[in-house]
Design a protein around this ligand. Structure first.
Ligand code: FES
Length: 329
């Protein structure tokens, strides 16, 4: 049976594809370099913007950002990719591990040369003798950055192969292979309108990176930063947030599950309960628990706001572990 031919316009260049082709496979077999990693719709490395036409799968209704590894070409389409730093591989060493909260470690890796990444992107770390995991490099919580040092926030998981070894079998000097950067939930610097950041748990790391870069770029920027944690003790970011508070148009909303009578500034409930009214001129970034990032994305799309999400998908089965670099970030 003859397959229908579709036209694919990628960054203004014209190509042909068979209807039904998986977009990522089509790109790679036609010599088009699309960044990708997990091939499972999880990491976001392969996301491109669909500007015309339809694809089957790989995106939420109403969202024009599609996962090329999940999307099948079903019509003539036009897609665009964004300029991102090329992923590289580096060898580094653990330079320090500190306790940020009872369940969260701060990890510093020393690398031989600076890593080019966009605020909000993530890397894959392979500690010698351990499986790879993905974590987001972030701006230091208290000091100025040193480009030979990369900072990560890691939630300790009970039984987590890597996270539970930090500070025990993985200590200062431990060798680590780093690859990246990956991910599409990075700061879009050309946006001048209001910005909303929503983080839960260690999703704070990429959101903090975006917040700092956004304020350094435009100190008068209107920015709402919702930071959620399960408990007051897990809200490890207060000293960092104090650095943002003096900026005139920054609103910080810390949220924990239970309302705090001793700290009325800390709200109770879900992060989505505290979203400001959204509109098409607002850009939303969110990172952390998938249920939260999905809710934020849904609310943003319903309001016509652009949303970039980095869900931390947990590892639950051995099959998932094979592709589970995304766990426990
Ligand atoms: S390669 Fe498509 S989401 Fe990871």
């Amino acid at each position: 049976m003859m397959r229908r031919i579709c036209q694919v316009v990628l960054n203004n260049e014209r190509y042909l594809a068979n209807a039904g082709d998986l977009l990522l496979d089509w790109a790679l077999t036609n010599g088009v370099e699309l960044p990708h990693d997990c091939r499972a719709g999880m990491c976001g490395a392969c996301r491109v913007r669909l500007v015309e036409g339809r694809v089957f799968g790989g995106h939420e209704p109403g969202d024009d950002m599609i996962h090329a590894c999940q999307a099948r070409i079903v019509s003539d389409i036009a897609i665009v990719t964004e300029e991102v730093p090329d992923p590289v591989a580096l060898s580094g060493r653990v330079a320090g591990i500190v306790r940020l909260a009872p369940d969260i470690a701060g990890l510093t890796i020393e690398v031989p040369k600076p890593l080019a990444f966009l605020p909000g992107q993530f890397c894959k770390l392979s500690f010698r003798g351990y499986p790879a995991r993905s974590y987001s490099p972030t701006y230091p919580l208290e000091r100025r950055p040193d480009h030979r040092l990369l900072h990560f926030h890691i939630r300790r998981l009970a039984g987590g192969k890597v996270s539970s070894a930090l500070g025990r079998d993985i200590g200062r000097g431990h060798r680590v292979r780093l690859s990246g950067p990956f991910g599409s939930a990075f700061l879009r610097r050309n946006h001048r309108g209001p910005m909303v950041l929503v983080a839960s748990g260690t999703g704070f790391a990429p959101m903090w990176s975006i917040a700092v870069a956004a304020i350094m770029e435009r100190p008068e920027r209107e920015l709402t930063f919702i930071v959620a944690a399960r408990t007051l003790q897990s809200l490890y970011c207060h000293s960092a947030l104090c650095r943002l508070a003096p900026f005139p148009n920054v609103t910080i909303i810390p949220v924990v599950d239970e309302p705090q009578s001793d700290f009325p500034a800390i709200r109770g409930g879900l992060p989505t309960d505290h979203l400001p009214p959204l509109s098409p001129d607002i850009v939303v970034y969110t990172s952390g628990a998938p249920a939260m990032t999905e809710s934020v994305g849904r609310i943003a799309r319903a309001a016509g706001a652009r949303c970039y999400a980095d869900p931390f998908v947990p590892t639950t089965t051995p099959a998932e572990q094979a592709r589970a670099r995304w766990a426990a970030r």
